[in-house]
Design a protein around this ligand. Structure first.
Ligand SMILES: Cc1ncc(COP(=O)(O)O)c(C=O)c1O
Length: 388
């Protein structure tokens, strides 16, 4: 039998920390246990009706069946720019400062190919969304991990980045509202990031996938609201979570025109853009009635309250999140993240161990509010029964 030797870049992939959980989950499932999966950040709510209708109409038009304009349809880019102006007060030039993406993950994964090479460093938050690290490794670069700790509000301490790493860094990833910690950042933090990036000559990539999921009237900021941000970086955005469109694969990058151009150059050699019918549905999402977003937030708010209250009553410690649909919860004394997760699995509740997002996540676990309220209440009962 032929064996195919894997490329060095695949061998450099970090170990998949959820393997043991996946195995255990399959084992518990095979025993016939009813599983409540709070592990995955994939909305259970459907895409709003008016967006589906726009897609249906668009797909009937044969003009959408051809290769799309690679960087995005002019009308899509204009809708993005309008939305940014309305939502954040940020001006964008649609042609140069907006790029359509096949979901924000795609853009994040491709960006280092444009700006990182061997010997270059990316500053990567940890715990964090794994793609920042993996995309850096794929590009032949080296991640320098910036720990996110509770004492610092889960913001990276820029002063703690060693001089050598800062000097070699080409790119810095940040993400607020944050996955997995649910922390938020204000414009004053983004101002400090801009200053740091200017001083060190680093491109900032802000992953803003969760800005629209926020509670109690809180409105998360855009990185581009910081003074001078557009000259030092870009922001990745997604329709996935805002409009329950994870399966549709549509997002966008906005900001510095050179960064947009570089990412676009990689993409035009790899993919051929977003299906135009999906972009037309995206235009409807961005330009249409936004009541659906508030309706979704109302659902998550109820779920958040059920879960935070129930878990606190069961002795768990956590902040009440201001944004995102995650809870970042401390594990009880005597447990590691992995042991706690294994224990809850026995009761049929799947949660994600914090260390799976990076070593400083040890001592935490993450819950996604992507199940119905009744299932969340049932999960709390099971967690109580687990007698931790
Ligand atoms: C922090 C963060 N960024 C980006 C993404 C990717 O979203 P999409 O590719 O669907 O736009 C996710 C998805 O879970 C995420 O949690």
């Amino acid at each position: 039998m032929t064996t195919f030797e894997k490329a060095e870049r695949l061998r450099r992939l970090p170990p998949y920390l959820f393997k043991e959980i996946d195995r255990k989950k399959a084992e518990v499932k095979a025993r016939g246990v009813d599983i409540i999966d709070l592990g995955i950040g994939d909305p259970d709510l459907p895409t709003p009706r008016h967006i589906i209708d726009a897609m249906r109409e668009a797909v009937e038009n044969p003009a959408t069946h051809r290769y799309p304009a690679y960087a995005g349809m002019p009308a899509f880019k204009a809708a993005v720019a309008e939305w940014y102006k309305e939502r954040f007060g940020v001006d964008l030039e649609p042609e140069k400062e907006v790029l359509a993406l096949i979901g924000s993950k795609e853009g994040i994964a491709h960006l280092p190919l444009a700006f990182i090479g061997p010997g270059d460093v990316s500053l990567v938050p940890t715990p964090g969304y794994p793609v920042y690290n993996v995309a850096t490794l794929f590009a032949g670069g080296e991640p320098y991990f910036m720990p996110l700790v509770r004492e610092n509000g889960f913001l990276p301490d820029l002063n703690a980045v060693p001089e050598d790493a800062a000097r070699r860094a080409k790119v810095m990833f940040i993400n607020y509202p944050n996955n997995p910690t649910a922390a938020v950042a204000e414009v004053d933090f983004f101002n400090r990031v801009v200053e740091f990036a200017k001083e060190k000559g680093i491109m900032v990539c802000h992953d803003a996938a969760y800005t629209e999921i926020a509670y109690d009237g809180y409105r998360p900021a855009s990185f581009l609201q910081a003074e001078g941000a557009k000259e030092v970086g870009i922001e990745f955005h997604s329709l996935s979570k805002t409009y329950n469109m994870t399966g549709w694969r549509v997002g966008f990058a906005v900001g510095d025109s050179e960064a947009i151009e570089g990412l676009g150059a990689i993409k035009s050699n790899v993919d051929s853009g977003v299906f135009e019918a999906v972009q037309m549905a995206g235009i409807k999402a961005l330009r249409g009635d936004q009541t659906c977003v508030q309706d979704m937030i109302d659902v998550y708010t109820e779920r958040r309250d059920v879960m935070v209250e129930g878990l606190r009553a069961a002795g768990f410690e956590m902040e009440t999140p201001k944004a995102s649909f995650y809870l970042w919860i401390g594990v009880p004394e005597g447990y590691t993240s992995a042991r706690l997760v294994a224990h809850l699995l026995e009761e049929g509740v799947v949660v994600t161990p914090g260390n799976g997002f990076g070593e400083p996540g040890e001592g935490y676990f993450r819950i996604a509010l992507t199940q119905r309220k009744e299932r969340l209440a049932e999960a709390i009962e099971r967690i109580k029964a687990a007698k931790l």
